[in-house]
Write a protein that binds this ligand. Structure first.
Ligand SMILES: C[S@@+](CC[C@H](N)C(=O)[O-])C[C@H]1O[C@@H](n2cnc3c(N)ncnc32)[C@H](O)[C@@H]1O
Length: 273
């Protein structure tokens, strides 16, 4: 059993801007580390390894979550005809970002990213640079605990008279209370017209190892991530119509393989009636 890690800042690493604290692990950077990205610091990597020691599947979860995002956004921009996306808790730019996937199918897609991590803001420029000439990609720095602020700001880019897909991809686990999670979803979905969508996934307490991983994360000094049961996660979709195959393990959402591997995380796409 390893000891709780302590953070020593690497001499070669400097924060990209003074308000960014690289001495403590941060959610977006930890996720970037597990995804195989480079936008992380020693404290993130130490905490990431500490969690992965007891729950190695966290790395798989990061990978398959992005693969599911690609399948879901492709479905929304294609079959469902959605042209507007509000990706809340977007994280640091990675291989296949929402606007790239959506604009590959429909170049005129408008995408607003939201996050409250200052490093994500620093990297937002990279996200915005490669948007199509027909489409729009924008970034809003905001906290999802204030959905009304997100809606007000995103109105500069998104037309709330037309359907919008709200995405909460592995982000609501920082909210412990199930009712509080549901309230965030309800308030984000409330101003949307019928035919809009919710896309949401989260880690689930479906095994001992994932629960141990969650405990290690908190011990490591990162913001705790609360794991719910799949039934509790299902409450976030109350009043919405689940698109086939419903709320399933990430790898089982319209998989492009015959043998999707099991993972302790559930996701779904649902339509506002
Ligand atoms: C596990 S990462 C997921 C990133 C991305 N959605 C993905 O699927 O790869 C969680 C993200 O949620 C963001 N986040 C955490 N709490 C937030 C809050 N209260 N408001 C907005 N974003 C938040 C973090 O900064 C981080 O980028």
């Amino acid at each position: 059993m390893s000891e709780t890690p302590t953070w020593t800042q690497s001499a070669s690493e400097q924060p990209p801007s003074p308000e960014i604290d690289i001495t403590q692990p941060h959610a977006a950077r930890l996720w970037n580390y597990w995804m195989g990205g480079k936008d992380n610091f020693a404290a993130d990597r130490t905490a990431g390894d500490y969690v992965a020691e007891v729950y190695p599947d966290i790395v798989t979860m990061a990978k398959v979550s992005r693969e599911m995002l690609v399948r879901q956004v492709t479905f929304l921009a294609g079959e469902a005809g959605i042209r507007q996306f509000l990706d809340v808790g977007a994280g640091l730019p990675t291989m296949q970002n929402t606007h790239q996937v959506a604009q590959r199918v429909a170049p005129e897609s408008r995408v607003v990213y939201v996050d409250n991590d200052p490093l994500v803001l620093v990297h937002a420029r990279a996200l915005l640079a490669d948007t199509t000439s027909e489409g729009v990609t924008a970034y809003v720095e905001a906290d999802y605990n204030n959905p009304e602020a997100i809606i007000a700001d995103s109105r500069n880019v998104l037309n709330y008279e037309e359907p919008i897909a709200v995405m909460l991809m592995g982000v609501l686990g920082y909210v412990e209370d199930v009712d509080a999670r549901q309230s965030i979803v309800t308030r984000l979905m409330e101003p949307l017209v019928s035919g809009s969508y919710l896309v949401l996934w989260d880690g689930a307490a479906t095994g001992e190892a994932v629960v141990a991983g969650g405990e290690k994360l908190a011990e490591a000094g990162a913001v705790p991530y609360y794991l719910l049961s799949p039934d509790e996660l299902a409450r976030c979709f109350s009043g919405l119509e689940l698109v086939e195959p419903g709320l399933v393990q990430l790898t089982q959402w319209r998989p492009d393989t015959d043998e999707p591997q099991p993972i302790d995380a559930y996701g779904a796409v649902a339509r506002k009636l």
